[in-house]
Write a protein that binds this ligand. Structure first.
Ligand code: NZQ
Ligand code: ZN
Length: 387
């Protein structure tokens, strides 16, 4: 196990009606609020009205940035920063899924930077501080509610970049599973695949001694396998929505990756698919992951696939390691299909044309992953096998 510094500072208020804590908590950080949300789902479920009533109760002033796009654009961020500067905002409240929260994170950091906020994404400038941010989560998927990462797209340059800074971690997040009852079937499935992918990225690691973290990852994976299908069939099943919601936060808040290297493989590939084709993040992951697994299965990796097959899928430990590994990979693929997630690139209208471009872009900072590092040629082979 490698050395690590533990810090997961986001306070979580989990469960039904925890929104009642909003006024008291938000007042700890400010009184002029920028409310950030997406295309209107929060209005349909009555969450917008509830939040506004609670802000009014404490006589907090608020302004709004609405219409944050899925795969949030840098333009959304620029508009938010303007609003913060024009109205002397001192706290940001993001209500929504990962896109809304990520957009709010870069607004919070970009507020203190004089230049264009895209500079912060591409490393042209560094974040020094950020406005305080709090969130009310409405979709279990990205874990953005409890991590320091923002993923922002620039459609003009075909870039989708993830960047993390401790200043962007939410001060507190309200996690009420009932707000996810209305998440449509396809987004519930994509969210489940995303949570699983965060667990996979930490689990399939070259650092073998972090036994505890690997068992925690298996627990997250089993939770998704148990409750993803239930949430699809019974959208208002509280137990299913609650377990998925908590899994989404724990999968990426650091718990699974402490003591391991944090060098991911499938995510950088998926980000290129979204950058060029604007597809849903979890859908891209569900397509890529089984092909990546098949590609990296070899003598140096088979032991972890064997653990995965036995501990997550309950396969017979007496079988040969490769048999267990291959069965586990086909079960992973079949599970995503059972959630009605697409399994090929063609089915989301991605053909051969840009595969090489995307493979090069995904590896432009060097090989991906440390479990079985993959270069541009490897990524291209994986993408071709997913066609
Ligand atoms: O915009 P609204 O109207 O809210 O609708 C959204 C959107 O259309 C809808 N939705 C959300 N909650 C709902 C709901 N519809 C009905 N009822 C509800 N309760 O769902 C659609 C998708 O929302 P979005 O926020 O885009 O989904 P998600 O949470 O999956 O976020 C995806 C983004 O996060 C990034 C992804 O790359 C992508 O850009 N990621 C962020 C990470 C992070 N910050 O740590 C890590 C992830 O790996 C990921 O890269
Ligand atoms: Zn993800």
């Amino acid at each position: 196990m490698l050395n690590f510094d533990y810090s997961i500072p986001t306070q979580i208020f989990f469960g039904k009606d925890q929104i009642q804590k909003l006024p008291e908590q938000i007042s700890l950080y400010g009184s002029r609020v920028l409310l950030v949300y997406g295309g209107g789902s929060i209005k349909k479920i009555g969450l917008y009205d509830k939040a506004i009533a609670l802000l009014n109760e404490k006589q907090l002033s608020f302004w709004e940035l609405s219409g944050v796009d899925p795969n949030p654009r840098i333009e959304n961020v620029r508009s938010g920063i303007d609003l913060c500067r024009n109205h002397q905002i001192d706290i940001i409240l993001a209500i929504g899924g990962g896109s809304t929260i990520d957009c709010a994170k870069l607004i919070a950091a970009g507020f203190f930077y004089k230049g264009d906020p895209w500079d912060l994404m591409i490393g042209k400038a560094q974040i020094e501080k950020a406005l305080p941010l709090c969130t009310i989560l409405t979709l279990a998927a990205t874990g953005s509610e409890m991590d320091p990462i923002a993923v922002i797209s620039n459609l003009k340059t075909n870039q989708k970049i993830g960047m993390g800074h401790p200043a962007m971690v939410p001060k507190f997040s309200i996690l009420d599973p009932t707000y996810t009852y209305s998440v449509p079937r396809n987004q519930t499935a994509a969210g489940t695949a995303d949570i699983m992918s965060h667990a996979f990225e930490a689990y399939f690691s070259g650092i073998r001694g972090a036994y505890l973290q690997s068992r925690l990852a298996e627990a997250i994976l089993k939770t998704c396998i148990q409750y993803g299908p239930i949430a699809l069939e019974e959208p208002e099943n509280y137990e299913a929505r609650a377990n998925l919601m908590w899994a989404s936060s724990l999968a990426i808040n650091g718990l699974l990756s402490y003591g391991k290297q944090r060098k991911w493989s499938c995510h950088p590939i998926e980000h290129e698919l979204s950058a060029y084709y604007d597809i849903t993040h979890g859908v891209g992951l569900a397509i890529i992951t089984p092909h990546w697994m098949e590609y990296i299965l070899e003598d140096s990796t088979v032991d972890v696939f064997k653990d995965y097959g036995i501990n997550v899928w309950g396969l017979d430990p007496m079988q040969d390691a490769y048999t267990i590994a291959r069965t586990a990979i086909s079960k992973t693929k079949a599970f995503f299909s059972s959630l009605d997630l697409p399994s090929t690139l063609c089915s989301v209208n991605i053909d051969e044309e840009k595969l090489e471009l995307m493979a090069n872009a995904a590896t432009k900072h060097g090989p991906l992953g440390e479990f079985r590092p993959i270069n541009a040629e490897d990524v291209l082979q994986i993408l071709k096998s997913a066609l």
